[in-house]
Ligand binder design. Sequence first.
Ligand code: GLU
Length: 443
Amino acid sequence: MTITRFAPAPTGRLHVGNIRTALHNWLFTRKLGGRFLLRLDDTDAERSNEDYVEAIRADLAWLGLDIDGEERQSERFHRYEAAFARLRDAGRIYPAYETAQELELKRKILLGRGKPPIYDRAALDLTKQHIADFEAEGRTPHWRFKLDHDAPIEWDDLIRGPQHFDPALLSDPVIRREDGSWLYMLPSAVDDAEMGVTHVVRGEDHVTNTGLQLQMFDAMGVAAPTFAHEALLVGSEGKLSKRLGSLGVEVFREQGIEPMAVVSLLARIGTSDPVEPFTDVAPLIESFDFARFGRALARFDSEELAALNAKIVHQLDFAVVTDRLPDGMGAEGWEAIRPNLATVAEAADWWHVVEGPVDSVDFDKETAAFLDQAAGHAAELDWSDAAWKNLTGQLKEQTGRKGKALFLPLRQALTGRDHGPEMAALLPLIGKDRAIARLKRAP
Ligand code: GLU
């Protein structure tokens, strides 16, 4: 069975980049019929916050990304201790006592000589006496995972294809700090192994971590999951922007963006499939395929999202939006107004135009006379069918007006505006009495 996980640290709200990773995990899992887990990477007690945990759950729910289970790293410290003890006993984890400054100096020296700043493993040469001296000084060690330099790192990435790393060109990663706290690397590998995660889908900023973690899986004697590293998301200006880091569900909601607009866009940007306005997620699940993902940075454009949102709003059924519409606005009102909306919230504004009062417009004498004539016709009209067509048809015949000269003053008098939904759909909603009053310019 396919098992995936989305693993945010609850140290902030989800941003559009995280959301995209969550979505791809979810789409992939729903296509294959497996389990999608939310794993909260909350080992850092100080920076993790319950409000963010709630916000992450709420954001996923708003997007429609239902989860099949939730795990918290803060409840699993005993598992990390156990793995740590086993790997240490097997000689795959070792203590190191360098201070941050000492390590920085080593890096600078290597870089100065034009060499890659790989950790020199000096800690492996410490004698019992050295260690006793450090301990006597009150130093506690941090801990490194010892890479096996003889085991080439290789995997077949679902997006990037075959990957190779020479472990000798990588530093043994620090997995635990002096104060005993955990870095991300080992707990994540332990969780993936123990939770039976079959596929890890994450950003390409984790590619090197994957190389290191593959050796951890191996050292723990467990099979590694399959990996898919997606190209990172950038702003329309082509850079990893700060703006994207603070763009999330909260902002989308404020802007009146529908969840399916976010889902439709993020599912497809950076892939060879076209971005299309979907109101239902099924076709996105159906068509999901890592083989369609490109290696180039994926570009997120707020204007593209807004345009996609409008196209989705134009397709939404009355039943879906009824809770969000103003009192009194029924299915006919929604269908008449929907084609003019960029967001569902704007429906209230147009409904206001239907119910009035509308803004008054100054007309010249001749146009005012024309509108009086229109009011007369409106009073005689059969309102049960094609009211707008009949009204304008009669006026055209009698006045010789056509095109803009015919339609614009009517629209202005009836709605107070120059543009808007089709008058044929709007006029029956405005209704006979209000229409006559507006044509007579009687508020
Ligand atoms: N908490 C890690 C992150 O947000 C998880 C990475 C992973 O998916 O393994 O970067």
